[in-house]
Design a protein around this ligand. Structure first.
Ligand SMILES: [Zn+2]
Ligand SMILES: [Zn+2]
Length: 274
């Protein structure tokens, strides 16, 4: 069984790539894609672990993009992580996250919380630094009682640490993925809470840029939603992908391999490379 959307601690997951691969094997996954946010650093370890475990690991990534003011995630599957354009894309995303982190740190310092950048960096370790790391620091330094409170008080929209990030457009992210020989996939289309018309417009822009697939299954979801998404994918001539969007153990609705099969009327995305 294919699980084509997962995260390790190289972005905002908590398992090492190697532990992720072992867990996937235990869960009955035979083809796993590691799709960390805006980074490819975990892929080598995952591929090595895959050889030990005897499962297949596909190189993947999940790019954050902006489309009409809405944050959209585009997954790249079966990419060449060493491709110069992919390397440049990852460097660009990393720089933009880094700049944002510095700005958040400065703003929090001005608001009387010095050392937040260093604290968040320590939390991030090797991972790409992001707002969750600031939130963790704020919790552990006793400024707030929970991650939620950190966002409500300091990091969320309109708060002192709210710094907008410069994300690429959807067509640009699709181009990066295609340049690296991969297949572009619209991640978890239901999460954007768009009307069907608006989602249709997103798909049009995506396919025009060369995007070919959409997640019809993202973790646990109702059969109604699956039918709906399958219909939308077929109407737009998109291949269908499926994945758990696994981040941490103990969340059964996002557990590795724990989701229903693609409906028979869908064309599975793996037909594009097998
Ligand atoms: Zn996502
Ligand atoms: Zn994800």
């Amino acid at each position: 069984m294919h699980d084509l959307h997962t995260h390790s601690l190289c972005s905002d997951g908590i398992l090492r790539p190697q532990a992720l691969v072992s867990r996937a094997k235990m869960q009955g996954v035979t083809v796993l894609a590691l799709t960390d946010h805006d980074t490819v650093v975990g892929l080598e370890e995952a591929r090595e672990a895959a050889q030990v475990e005897g499962i297949q690991v596909l190189s993947g990534i999940e790019f954050s993009c902006l489309w009409n003011g809405i944050g959209i995630h585009i997954v790249g599957l079966n990419i060449d992580p060493e491709h110069p354009e992919m390397q440049a894309a990852v460097a660009r995303q990393g720089e933009s996250r880094e700049n944002r982190a510095i700005q958040i740190g400065e703003k929090l310092a001005k608001a009387g919380i010095p050392g937040a950048l260093e604290g968040a960096r320590a939390k991030a370790g090797d991972a790409v630094i992001g707002r969750p790391h600031f939130a963790q620091y704020l919790v552990e330094s006793g400024r707030v009682s929970s991650m939620n409170a950190a966002f409500k008080k300091y990091l969320g929209a309109g708060k002192v640490g709210d710094v907008k990030q410069v994300w690429p457009s959807v067509p640009v992210a699709v181009e990066w993925i295609l340049a690296a020989g991969g297949v572009a996939v619209i991640a978890h289309p239901d999460k954007y809470k768009m009307t069907r018309t608006k989602l249709g417009r997103l798909i049009d822009d995506f396919t025009e840029a060369g995007g070919q697939a959409m997640e019809v299954i993202s973790g646990y979801q109702t059969p109604d939603l699956t039918r709906n998404l399958a219909q939308i994918a077929n109407k737009h001539g998109l291949y269908a992908s499926c994945g758990s969007d696994f981040h941490v153990p103990d969340q059964p609705w996002q557990e590795l391999g724990n989701f229903s099969a693609l409906p028979p009327e869908c064309r599975p995305v793996w037909e594009l490379w097998s």
